[in-house]
Design a protein around this ligand. Structure first.
Ligand code: NAD
Length: 478
């Protein structure tokens, strides 16, 4: 299938005004860091420096936690639930009003295609605030007793793959349940969180209810180990999640962890193959595969293997890789040089272990961090590319003969965040879903997110749920 030639269709950058430097958002205001340290955030597509951002040290984290505590005690915990909801509705509406600006900023700082930030990330951010705004005055009906109480101050640390969406997953339920927060965005993608701080000001949110501290792992560590934190919510790698679990184990802090994944996307021979191929592409090439629940292991029933692979290769040849701000782009930039190095390294390991590597013809831009959509066939369960999270546009393909074998292979992983099943038999979907050890099982679709639906892991993918009624529990004293 030939690729159509499209004229470039770049979204304008003019809608965003990025400041030269950003302070920390503490107590409702932007303030400089105590020790004056800063780092740069760049556009991964061009390596252009976008802004300088303050690196918060322990003294800054301390100030932010104090501001959150004061706001909790003096204002937020005493507000009527309906008044809390009013602020969340306001934030949701401002996010919608500023959606285009937020989408462009997210694509610049993260490298993801504007089509995704515009059509997926930002609409879901607004949806999370709307959904939780609705819960604020209905918590007594959530199933956690007649008058569920908040926990206090939440310390929240998020990754770089869905910067503003992960912020929404954290802040919206925390505030709806009556907590105040200190949030640390990832060091490579701080800009939309800092713009969110402006949105809090615009919404008239009482000072200190939301505090944003920027920095890297050390700042995150200072936050989650701070004694003034009542609740820790972390999304990121399993390795760091384990460190946080160890640090919090001897304390009274309530902890939820959303960690890595190595999801199986399972295609049976009666599946509608064209739809399944779209699901496979969406499962692993959406957001350059920087998705914790990505369908990074494709399990195909042997009888349709040739057909699925031929169709998949044809489809991958039509993907457009390039400028994240171009509205025709399907695959954007890898978020950082470090992540690119990890993807390259694991791909070389895949080849060295004997799997066959394939990519469609694809020209990579000279500047920036790029990796072509890549498929490995001849993968065995013992290969590192079948076991470790690559967190990039790399698919490992395995085959199976029976449903029982598919379940066994799918569950043969330390992770358990998500899975996909493609078949026209409803009974087989239920049979599989009841046996797959994964927090989310999609049937004849993949990577579908909704604020009403709880999301979270089994095994080393973490514990606790975000979204839906279940997600409220993490922020209530129950
Ligand atoms: P990471 O664990 O390196 O970093 C995540 C965040 O933790 C960043 O903000 C980082 O600065 C901070 N951090 C690093 N060391 C810390 C420490 N010792 N204490 C406290 N904070 C620390 O992960 P990453 O590379 O940014 O993100 C990718 C990972 O996130 C992948 O493994 C992916 O699967 C996972 N993820 C999971 C979900 C989910 O919902 N389960 C969603 C998105 C991403």
């Amino acid at each position: 299938m030939p690729k159509f030639e499209y004229a470039p269709a770049p979204e304008s950058r003019a809608i965003v005004s990025i400041k030269e430097s950003y302070g920390l958002f503490i107590g409702g205001e932007f303030t400089p860091g105590v020790d004056g340290r800063a780092f740069k955030t760049i556009s991964p597509a061009t390596e252009e420096v976008l802004a300088e951002v303050t690196e918060a040290g322990p003294a800054d984290v301390d100030r932010a936690v104090s501001a959150a505590r004061t706001a909790y005690q003096d204002v937020w915990s005493g507000l009527s639930p309906a008044a809390r909801g009013k602020y969340l509705f306001r934030i949701a509406r401002i996010v919608q009003e500023r959606a285009r600006e937020l989408a462009v900023l997210e694509s610049l700082d993260n490298g993801k295609p504007i089509r995704e930030s515009r059509d997926v990330d930002i609409p879901l951010v607004a949806a999370h605030f709307f959904y939780h705004a609705g819960w604020a005055d209905k918590l007594e009906y959530a199933g956690y007793g007649p008058a569920p109480r908040p926990l206090g101050v939440a310390g929240q640390v998020i990754p770089w793959n869905f910067p503003l969406l992960m912020l929404a997953w954290k802040i919206a339920p925390a505030l709806a349940c009556g907590n105040t927060v200190v949030l640390k965005p990832a060091e490579t993608t701080p800009l939309t969180a800092l713009t969110f701080a402006e949105i809090c000001q615009q919404a008239g949110l009482p000072p200190g209810v939301v505090n944003i501290v920027t920095g890297a792992g050390e700042t995150g560590r200072a936050l989650v180990t701070h004694p003034g934190i009542d609740k820790v919510a972390f999304t990121g790698s399993t390795e760091v999640g384990k460190q946080i679990a160890r640090a919090c184990a001897p304390t009274r802090k309530k902890v939820t962890l959303e960690l890595g994944g190595k999801a199986a996307n399972i295609v049976f021979d009666d599946a509608p193959i064209d739809q399944a191929v779209e699901g496979i592409v969406n499962g692993i090439f959406f957001n350059q595969g920087h998705v914790c629940c990505a369908g990074s292991r494709l399990l195909v029933q042997e009888s349709v293997y040739e057909q699925v692979m031929a169709s998949l290769q044809r489809r991958l040849a039509t993907l457009r890789l390039g400028d994240p701000l171009d509205k025709n782009t399907d695959v954007g930039a890898i978020n950082s040089a470090a992540q690119l190095a990890k993807i390259r390294e694991l791909s070389l390991v895949g080849e060295a272990e004997g799997a066959q590597r394939w990519s469609p013809p694809c020209e990579l831009p000279v500047k920036g961090f790029w990796f072509p959509p890549t498929v490995f066939t001849g993968v065995s369960q013992a290969h590192r590319i079948a076991r470790e999270e690559i967190f990039g546009p790399v698919l490992s393909v395995l085959t199976f003969r029976t449903p029982a074998e598919a379940v066994e292979k799918a569950n043969n992983t330390p992770y358990g965040l998500s899975a996909g099943v493609w078949t026209e038999k409803g009974s087989l979907i239920f049979w599989m879903a009841s046996r797959l050890r994964a927090g989310v099982v999609w049937a004849n679709t993949f990577n579908k997110f909704d604020p009403t639906s709880p999301f979270g892991g089994y095994k080393e993918s973490g514990y606790g749920r975000e979204g839906g009624r279940h997600g409220l529990e993490a922020y209530l004293d129950v």
